[in-house]
Design a protein around this ligand. Structure first.
Ligand code: NAI
Length: 327
């Protein structure tokens, strides 16, 4: 039998956490033959709720679940962690300035980076979900210098999956018949969902859809604003789909992407596609043996270029804002 993998979920008493820990413990993240130990971290005000989640995990009698640590102590929660999924953060509340939210998250991610650096496994893989996801990941990277750059990522797979879903709905094909959409840039409303290299049943999306007007406008806006649409409908932000996409992100990263297809991940830019190095930017990637690589050589037209640069610009500004919060 395989050695258990230790997975940390921060903010585990929250909405996404509630959906995610069950998925992880049922094998949706690391496969049906991989035992897991769950470390769940939250803050003091959520300590009771976190205990409740632990009780429910016990009561679900999950065969793959070999241990549960529920803690408000960052050091204890980070100990020996192989995979860290960061949901915990400070949400933007009404009337708050962008700078105030950024400042709260910068201090959270700085502290948690240091804890991971000290206590996690040396090859720990990190997925940041909490917003601003790309910039939180960047802060984490800065303050955990011994964790390889390549191990720190953020979630844009939810946006990727939303794009697949819109195309599948529109063309009336199964979701698995749609491949190779791309989310470029920030997990925010400036993200660019790109279908220029995507296919439906192996044929170019543009050819199958036959409506560039829709693809260049409504489709992009729908994907960019899907989060807001969910909040409007549910009065709560997306949780089930976010948890499911977080599982997809880690599963493909660890176990590999299927041959001939790529996924979107927020990763540390190496300057590919002329995106400023040193940003955490969403790119198309393939994964093999636990390592992602950015898909190279895709042709970028003027329409795409403008949108890719606009979302990069937003990330540059977020980075500046985050830096100013550190001083
Ligand atoms: P939530 O508010 O229900 O849960 C957040 C949890 O984090 C709470 O239990 C809170 O007590 C905890 N927390 C706060 N500060 C913490 C700290 N310093 N350490 C540990 N835990 C801490 O929020 P929800 O809906 O679960 O969303 C979590 C995050 O994910 C939010 O930032 C949200 O904006 C983001 N998100 C990102 C998506 C993406 O695609 N990247 C999609 C959906 C949500």
């Amino acid at each position: 039998e395989k050695e258990p993998v230790t997975v940390l979920v921060t903010g585990a008493a929250g909405q996404i956490g509630y959906a995610l820990v069950a998925m992880i413990a049922r094998g949706a993240m690391l496969g049906p033959n991989q035992p897991v130990i769950l470390h769940m971290l939250d803050i003091e005000p959520a300590a009771e709720a976190l205990k409740g989640v632990k009780m429910e995990l016990m009561d679900a009698a999950l065969p793959l679940l070999r241990g549960i640590v529920a803690s408000t102590d960052v050091a204890e929660a980070c100990k020996g962690v192989n995979i860290a999924v960061m949901l915990g953060g400070f949400p933007r509340k009404e009337g708050m300035e962008r700078k105030d939210v950024m400042s709260k998250n910068v201090s959270i991610y700085k502290a948690q980076a240091s804890a991971l650096e000290k206590h996690a496994a040396a090859d720990c893989k990190v997925l940041v979900v909490a917003n601003p996801a790309n910039t939180n990941a960047l802060i984490l990277k800065e303050f955990a210098p011994s964790i390889p750059d390549k191990n720190i990522t953020c979630l844009t797979r939810l946006d990727h999956n939303r794009a697949l879903a819109q195309i599948s709905e529109r063309t009336k094909v199964h979701i698995t018949d749609v491949k190779n959409v791309i989310i470029w840039g920030n997990h925010s409303s400036t993200q660019y969902p790109d279908v220029n290299h995507a296919t439906v049943q192996e044929k170019p999306v543009r050819e199958v859809v036959g409506d560039d007007e829709w693809l260049n406008n409504d489709f992009i806006a729908t994907v960019q604003q899907r989060g807001a649409a969910i909040i409007k409908a549910r009065k709560l932000s997306s949780a089930l789909s976010a948890a499911s996409s977080a599982c997809d992100h880690i599963r493909d990263w660890v176990l590999g992407t299927p041959k001939g297809s790529w996924v979107s991940m927020g990763v540390y830019s190496d300057g590919s596609y002329d995106i400023q190095p040193g940003l955490i930017y969403s790119f198309p990637v393939t994964c093999e043996k636990g390592e992602w690589s950015i898909v190279q050589g895709l042709e970028i037209d003027a329409f795409s270029r403008e949108k890719m640069d606009k979302t990069a610009q937003e990330l540059i500004e977020e980075k500046e804002l985050a830096k100013s919060c550190l001083n």
